[in-house]
Design a protein around this ligand. Structure first.
Ligand SMILES: Cc1ncc(COP(=O)(O)O)c(C=O)c1O
Length: 386
């Protein structure tokens, strides 16, 4: 049976070339970049080269690139790092109701420590109201943390506009963007877009898990959350994960060398599946943004009168892998946060399936997926109605 992986928002399969590079590093360049001898210098070169490549992709200074253990750590460092460094300037933080748990729970933790939090609601497309954002920025607002692409419904926040607006109201307010779902699918320019902190995670674009990046604007202060040997200027202590760093950099390079073609191909897959499901199966609805406006790789669909989880397991039997909400929240039995935020009822949220694509997927796979869904949906609906 052909395995069809349509859960690339949860994680992606590492590129073969990336695995090969990593293996080579593990075998040959195993030195510690802090060592003074040749093995150390060779390892250090990989860090420098990687920072250079990331700085070119983001059009920033290479000294503003730091490697972390992944998206969760980058988000934690951004939020806790700013909260701690700027606590004398203010304790007000703004975020949205759509954020990933690695942002949401970090901010909740700050609320317990006397920070004041404003959570902006979103509309049915998953977008905040910019006037509301403008009104909520105060003199003591030290941080605004807003995601670029939502992991569950694929909504795309107008980050450039948001950055401009924040700095117009209060130029001291720091802007953090969780770009974990958008990096590799969008051009992102922190300097031009007034982004001070940007979180990136390797396993969302064909690098392995456990490696991430954070861009930190040189002009802002940040308190470390990990203390140790003062690697990466003390901002992120700990011996650098050289195989991971080389892997995330190489994967990023592959994504950005072919960005336009990749994005076009992802949209083609997404539109094809959306059209087929909506046209060929009754009572199927797309959540959030119009297919052309949302992220190229995420399609959130509800199948009325069906439990998403039951459909997921039926497809799993055919080796077709999809997701209900996001993988990170699928251990929660209730409806997911973003689906609730865009105004879905409990029933609607529970009937949602997220299909998320990668450039490795094919139209043939989507045809097979639709064929199986068409077989199983009527059976599951009969079962629910009885
Ligand atoms: C939007 C978003 N932010 C943060 C994360 C966490 O990233 P990581 O899995 O690298 O810790 C995820 C992972 O799904 C995500 O989708």
């Amino acid at each position: 049976m052909m395995e069809i992986y349509l859960d690339n928002g949860a994680t992606t399969k590492p590129f073969e070339e990336v695995i090969d590079k990593m293996c080579k590093i593990l075998k040959q360049d195993y030195g510690n970049p802090s060592s003074l001898h040749k093995k150390g210098i060779d390892a250090e070169k990989h860090v420098t080269e990687s920072k250079d490549i990331f700085s070119k992709i983001l059009k920033v200074n290479s000294k503003e690139i730091y490697f972390t253990s992944g998206g969760t750590e980058s988000n934690n460092l951004a939020i806790l790092g700013v909260a701690n460094a700027y606590k004398r300037s203010g304790k007000h933080i703004i975020t949205t109701s759509m954020e990933h748990s690695s942002v949401k729970n970090t901010i909740i933790n700050l609320e317990d420590n006397e920070y004041e939090i404003t959570v902006l609601p979103v509309n049915s497309e998953g977008l905040i109201n910019l006037d509301e954002l403008k009104e909520s920025i105060r003199k003591d607002t030290i941080l605004v943390s807003i995601m670029h692409v939502n992991n569950e419904i694929g909504s795309v926040m107008p980050i450039k506009e948001i950055g401009k607006l924040i700095k117009e109201v209060n130029k001291e307010t720091i802007f953090h963007v969780d770009a974990i779902q958008s990096f590799g699918k969008f051009n992102i320019y922190p300097q031009k877009w007034n982004i001070d902190l940007l979180s990136i995670s390797g396993h969302k674009f064909h690098a392995p898990k456990g490696i991430g990046v954070i861009y930190i604007n040189n002009n802002i202060k940040i308190s470390p959350i990990i203390f140790g040997g003062y690697q990466q200027n003390g901002i992120r202590s700990g011996t650098e994960n050289i195989p991971g760093i080389v892997a995330i950099t190489y994967a990023a390079k592959i994504m950005y060398d072919n960005l336009d073609d990749n994005v076009q191909y992802l949209y083609k897959l997404k539109k094809y599946l959306a059209e087929k499901l909506v046209d060929e199966i009754p009572e199927v609805f797309i959540n959030g943004m119009n297919v052309n406006k949302g992220a190229p790789n995420i399609l959130s669909i509800r199948f009325n009168n069906i439990r998403g989880e039951v459909l997921l397991h039926s497809l799993e039997e055919k080796q077709i892998y999809v997701s209900t909400g996001s993988a990170c929240s699928s251990n929660k039995p209730s409806k997911s946060g973003p689906l609730q935020s865009i105004g879905l009822t409990n029933e609607e949220a529970l009937s949602t399936i997220r299909f998320s694509f990668s450039i490795n997927n094919t139209i043939e796979e989507l045809n097979k997926c639709v064929e199986e869904i068409k077989k199983v949906v009527p059976m599951l609906r009969k079962f629910v109605r009885h």
